[in-house]
Design a protein around this ligand. Structure first.
Ligand code: SAM
Length: 228
C-alpha cells in the first residue's frame, strides 16, 4: 500500500486553498449536501473522517458534538487554532486505525478523503466500528467514472488501473497526488462487509468548459447509508 498522508508542504497548500478568500464552490455543492445528509438522518454526534484544517466543523449545522480526525499534525494544529468550541474536538488519527471508541458516533462523514485511500476494506471496517447501529454515513469522494476528467487536472499524469498519480497546480503551488478511483461496487462491497448499507450514489460538480474536459461528467460522488 503506498497511500501517502499529507506532509507539511501539502498541508499548507491545502490550508491556503481552503482559506483563500472568495472560495464559493464548496458552499454551492459540498456543504449543502452535507447539511441535507445531517438533516435527513438526524445525526447528533458526528465524526469528520480526514477533517483537514477543520472547515466542516463550521459549515455543518445542527450537530451536538463534532470530532475531526486527521493524520496530519499540521492540519490538526491549524484546526485547533481556528475552530474552537466546547462541542468541537480535533484529534490526530488515521482512517485505517481510528483512535476512537466502538460506536462512539451516530454520524460519520468524510469529504475528499476516500479517493486517497488504497485499502477501502480497512477504512470501511474502522468506519463500521466507530458508527453506532442505526447511525448514518456520508462519503464525498471522486466519481469513479471521471478518471479521465480528473487526469486533465494533472501534469506528469500516470494511470495504472484505478490508481492515478500526478502533479496538480493548486493556486500556483504543485501538489503531488495519488488518487484511487474505486468503483461504486468496490465501495458497496467494502461497506456491506462491515454492516454498512449504502442507499445510493449521487454524482455532482460537472466539469466546466474552462476545465478543458471532453465531456460534462461530474467530478464528485456522494455515497450515503446506514449501519444496520
Ligand atoms: C483534500 S483534503 C480534505 C480535507 C477535509 N475533509 C475537507 O474537505 O476540508 C484530504 C484530507 O485527507 C487526509 N488524509 C489523507 N490520508 C488519510 C488517512 N489515511 N486517514 C485519514 N485522513 C487522511 C489528509 O490529511 C487531508 O486532510
Amino acid at each position: 500500500m503506498d497511500d501517502k498522508t499529507f506532509d507539511q508542504t501539502t498541508a499548507q497548500t491545502w490550508i491556503d486553498a481552503i482559506e483563500k478568500p472568495g472560495q464559493t464552490q464548496r458552499d454551492k455543492d459540498i456543504y449543502p449536501r452535507l447539511n441535507t445528509w445531517l438533516n435527513v438522518y438526524g445525526a447528533k454526534h458526528v465524526l469528520d473522517l480526514g477533517c483537514g484544517q477543520g472547515i466542516c466543523s463550521q459549515k455543518l449545522l445542527g450537530y451536538k458534538t463534532y470530532e475531526g480526525v486527521d493524520p496530519s499534525p499540521y492540519l490538526i494544529a491549524r484546526a485547533n487554532e481556528r475552530y474552537t468550541g466546547d462541542n468541537i474536538t480535533f484529534t490526530e488519527g488515521n482512517a485505517y486505525q481510528l483512535p476512537l471508541e466502538d460506536g462512539a458516533f451516530d454520524g460519520v462523514f468524510s469529504v475528499l478523503v476516500f479517493h486517497l485511500l488504497e485499502d477501502l476494506a480497512k477504512a470501511a471496517a474502522e468506519l463500521g466500528r466507530v458508527l453506532q447501529k442505526g447511525g448514518s454515513f456520508c462519503l464525498i469522494t471522486t466519481n469513479p467514472e471521471a478518471m479521465e476528467q480528473w487526469a486533465a487536472f494533472y501534469e506528469n499524469c500516470n494511470i495504472d488501473g484505478k490508481r492515478l498519480s500526478g502533479t496538480m497546480d493548486l493556486d500556483g503551488k504543485p501538489s503531488e497526488d495519488v488518487l484511487y478511483f474505486h468503483t461504486i461496487e468496490d465501495h458497496q462491497s467494502a461497506l456491506k462487509a462491515n454492516g454498512l448499507h449504502m442507499y445510493g450514489a449521487d454524482m455532482f460538480r460537472p466539469a466546466t468548459d474552462t476545465d478543458n474536459r471532453k465531456e460534462n461528467t461530474p467530478l464528485l460522488m456522494l455515497i450515503a447509508g446506514v449501519k444496520l
